[in-house]
Ligand binder design. Structure first.
Ligand SMILES: Cc1cc2nc3c(=O)[nH]c(=O)nc-3n(C[C@H](O)[C@H](O)[C@H](O)COP(=O)(O)OP(=O)(O)OC[C@H]3O[C@@H](n4cnc5c(N)ncnc54)[C@H](O)[C@@H]3O)c2cc1C
Length: 111
């Protein structure tokens, strides 16, 4: 498991993280942190650390779980066409279900 941050699953809550880390340990998953995947070619994956040093890793299968980025062009267009628009959820900030539901509740009570 290659992770560019200093640790894995840092945004999980404590209980879920504890269980997950135990499972990863149980299955002897090799966790490498502070390394960004920079290339996948053939059966080799190249990782680069923050000093630019590279290392190669072998793999059987690749699962890319690299996060998400907001795309809010539609929300911007709707806001332009209808000024009385409330934008909530991931198109404001990528978050969790509870964040979107909470913001929806707040906006719902204001309308
Ligand atoms: C792989 C993955 C796993 C996740 N796991 C978790 C988790 O375990 N726990 C957690 O709390 N959060 C999780 N999240 C985050 C969570 O899903 C989001 O934060 C939450 O769904 C945001 O709600 P939303 O209403 O803003 O957007 P969404 O739930 O994405 O709803 C937007 C809806 O708009 C629709 N849509 C888009 N464009 C158009 C269009 N042009 N016309 C009509 N409809 C359109 C989409 O089809 C979608 O149904 C996960 C996200 C991903 C991607």
């Amino acid at each position: 498991m290659l992770e560019m941050r200093d640790d894995v699953a840092m945004d999980l809550n404590m209980i879920n993280r504890f269980s997950l880390m135990n499972e990863l340990k149980k299955y002897k998953v090799n966790i490498v942190t502070g390394v960004t995947c920079s290339e996948i070619s053939g059966s080799k994956l190249t990782g680069t650390d923050k000093d630019g040093k590279t290392a190669e890793f072998s793999f059987d299968k690749v699962v890319a779980a690299t996060g998400t980025r907001k795309i809010n062009e539609i929300a911007d267009a709707v806001e332009k066409a209808f000024p009385d628009t409330y934008v909530i959820g991931d198109c404001v900030n990528i978050g969790k279900i509870a964040d979107a539901v909470h913001k929806g509740f707040i906006v719902g009570t204001q309308i």
